[in-house]
Design a protein around this ligand. Structure first.
Ligand code: S3P
Length: 174
């Protein structure tokens, strides 16, 4: 049987990309980031997509990226943008072909990790802690519906989190 993808979901700042890259090393398999796929297939920078097409345009492109990534016959580590699993079809596709892990941390910890980051349009000009708190509450049902299991990232090293993710992934992957 084909192995399942390892899929990382969660709010901005939970470390999906950093932890995902480490998991890909541990599992010796390719890593894909849905944001990077969107940019690569659009051929223009992330900010230009968001400015020209708005969040809605970005979400349509994200849906195509999820379909493409999950269709890969090679098992991958897939890091999803924080809003990816708000879409029911994305949740279905990711769960059908992957084992989905939700990375978590408190809004305060996420805001402090993202303090100097201005690459997330949803956080620009906002009180980061309050916005992340609001997004967390809004998105929790979708994250829970998407995830097979959760791993807390607060006050843990990337290596520690990645090892916990891979161990639990292996038991789901059978
Ligand atoms: C978003 C998260 C971002 C990116 C976009 C929207 C979100 O990805 O997809 O800015 O809606 O939470 P990261 O979670 O990798 O930062």
């Amino acid at each position: 049987m084909t192995e399942r993808h390892l899929v990382l979901v969660g709010l901005m700042g939970t470390g999906k990309t950093t932890v995902g890259l480490r998991c890909a090393e541990l599992l010796d398999r390719p890593f894909l980031d849905t944001d990077e796929l969107v940019v690569a297939s659009a051929g223009i920078p992330f900010d230009d997509i968001w400015a020209a097409e708005g969040e809605q345009g970005f979400r349509s492109r994200e849906r195509v990226a999820v379909a493409d990534a999950t269709a890969s016959p090679t098992p991958l580590v897939i890091s999803c943008g924080g809003g990816t699993v708000l879409d029911a079809e994305n949740r279905r596709a990711l769960r059908a072909r992957g084992v989905v892990v939700l990375l978590t941390a408190s809004s305060a910890a996420l805001a402090s990790r993202l303090a100097d980051d201005d690459s997330r349009p949803l956080l620009i000009g906002a009180d980061k802690t309050a916005t992340l708190e609001r997004l967390s509450a809004l998105r929790q049902p979708a994250y829970e519906a998407a995830a097979h299991f959760e791993v807390d990232t607060e006050q843990r090293s990337v290596d520690d989190v990645a090892a916990a993710v891979v161990e639990e992934y292996r038991s789901w992957n059978g």
